[in-house]
Design a protein around this ligand. Structure first.
Ligand SMILES: [Zn+2]
Length: 243
């Protein structure tokens, strides 16, 4: 799909957002398959200082337990980890999503989240999505379908622009690791909880080997397995959906 920046500038020239947050109407939080056992695990690779590492124990766990997952890769992380990025992009167990170029909240007015200033214009929203869109298209051989902004915050003009660029903004139902800051017990509590079902998207992180994510997910697995949980990528679950 070619980028028509002038058309987007014209379309949104007078747009003024009134919404801000993680749970806007245009943000997908489930997959299409909402049967009780279905769960979509997603892992963000945020990139940048202190966030361009890899939790190798987590990746080993996903592979050993054959847990399909969607990996949201930021452009900075891909550039810092070219070999791993190529490896994940060509592993059919994983689907690759777009986690932005600079890893900033997606706003047309410079709103911020957690002290991180967001994009400030239509052009900056397009840059944040499209630079990594092109990078990931080259990496995987196909355009990414799913987008998650840095901090997962959006305004509703920005979510509409993402859709115009051929991607769907994806949020989450279950916050599994709070940016890889949870202890293993906290991760287990959230991920094994009742909300991890019915096509829910679960957000975790794959960048902090010292975090509690891998140990907590390991501890949650027996409960999830006992429930008959079926793990899917976003596309494997019929696609992420806002409906
Ligand atoms: Zn992130």
């Amino acid at each position: 799909m070619p980028l028509d920046r002038a058309a987007l500038d014209a379309k949104y020239a007078s747009a003024r957002p009134t919404q801000w947050g993680m749970d806007l109407a245009g943000v997908a939080r489930h997959v299409e398959d909402r049967s009780a056992p279905t769960v979509a695990l997603t892992f963000d690779a945020c990139g940048g200082p202190h966030a361009d590492g890899i939790d190798a124990a987590l990746i080993d766990l996903l592979r050993r337990e054959q847990l399909p997952a969607t990996l949201f890769l930021n452009a900075r992380w891909v550039e810092a980890n070219p070999t791993l990025a190529h490896d994940f992009a060509h592993d059919p167990q994983f689907e690759i999503g777009n986690h932005g170029t600079r890893h900033v909240p997606l706003s047309v007015t410079g709103r911020s989240a957690y002290g991180i200033t967001g994009t400030t214009s239509v052009d900056e929203v397009v840059d944040e999505v499209w630079t990594n869109h092109v990078l990931l298209s080259e990496l995987t051989g196909r355009p990414p379908r799913w987008f998650r902004s840095g901090t997962a915050h959006y305004d509703e003009v920005a979510t509409s622009i993402v859709a115009d660029l051929g991607e769907l903004p994806v949020g989450f139902v279950v916050n599994g690791d709070a940016g890889a800051t949870f202890t293993p017990a906290q991760v287990r509590h959230e991920v094994a909880g009742p909300a991890t079902a019915g096509g829910a998207v679960v957000i975790m992180h794959m960048i902090r080997p010292s975090g509690g994510t891998a140990e907590g997910l390991t501890a949650a697995l027996p409960t999830l397995r006992a429930r008959g949980t079926r793990f899917v990528t976003l596309s494997g679950g019929g696609g992420a959906t806002t409906g």
